[in-house]
Design a protein around this ligand. Structure first.
Ligand code: ZN
Length: 244
């Protein structure tokens, strides 16, 4: 065997070993292209760090990962949620992903809410679920078992040891200090807002939000620091407030 052919055999072997992430050999079509290879799906929209929508309208939940809460009507955006969302959106929106089930097949599995639950491989062959944990964008999912749980817990421990991303406790504390709403009683408050619409009312307004949607503030300055700046401008509420 000549050296050149030995080398070419070796390079094929090396290539086979380095693409151990079950990378598809199929060449991927450009955006808008008609033919999408089997097992691949175009990402229409990223919902949050661990959920996205594919072109047929189905939602996909990334298997084995848990990113901080981004959308919750009554709770604040959790620490690092925006960063994790941006990371996933930049890598996925409009791109193709290959979905692989917990059992390592292209047969899609669904969880109790009807969402597809899968490992997502990007066009460069990397597994997004794995990257999210490795780089501290997500926690390993612990509420249920899945094939790579042990591996993901080890990756999480490593990210935690480096205190990166969701594991940066100092940054989390600072974030919480800046975003945790003040605890103010009804008696001590002067303004009451709706948690979702953020509309501010004077305490004596006849159209106060229901109790479970309320957030109480001492004054408008305090409300403003938390992004509550819209006033309910009616004669019996905030008309005239802040005008002087
Ligand atoms: Zn009002």
């Amino acid at each position: 065997m000549k050296l050149r052919s030995v080398l070419s055999v070796l390079s094929v072997l090396v290539l086979a070993m380095t693409t151990g992430c079950e990378q598809a050999e199929t060449r991927l079509p450009e955006a808008g292209g008609a033919d999408i290879p089997e097992g691949w799906h175009r990402v229409a929209r990223v919902v949050d760090g661990d959920t996205f929508e594919i072109e047929n309208g189905e939602l996909v939940r990334l298997l084995g990962v848990d990113t901080p809460e981004l959308h919750h009507s009554l709770k604040k955006v959790e620490y690092y949620a925006e960063t994790a969302y941006a990371f996933v959106r930049d890598r996925m929106e409009g791109r193709l992903v290959r979905l692989v089930s917990n059992h390592g097949t292209q047969e899609l599995e669904r969880e109790k809410y009807g969402r597809i639950i899968a490992y997502a491989y990007l066009e460069d062959g990397t597994c997004l679920n794995e990257t999210l944990i490795q780089e501290g964008y997500a926690f390993a999912y612990t509420k249920a078992s899945f094939g790579r749980k042990k591996e993901y817990l080890a990756l999480e421990a490593s990210a935690k040891a480096r205190a990166i991303g969701v594991h940066d406790e100092a940054a989390r504390i600072l974030y919480d200090l800046a975003t945790d709403l003040p605890v103010v009683s009804f008696e001590d408050s002067n303004f009451i807002a709706h948690k979702q619409s953020k509309l501010l009312h004077t305490k004596t307004c006849g159209q106060l939000p229901t109790e479970d949607h309320r957030v109480y503030f001492h004054d408008l300055g305090e409300a403003g620091r938390f992004g509550y700046t819209r006033l309910h401008r009616t004669a019996t509420c905030c008309a005239g407030v802040g005008d002087e």
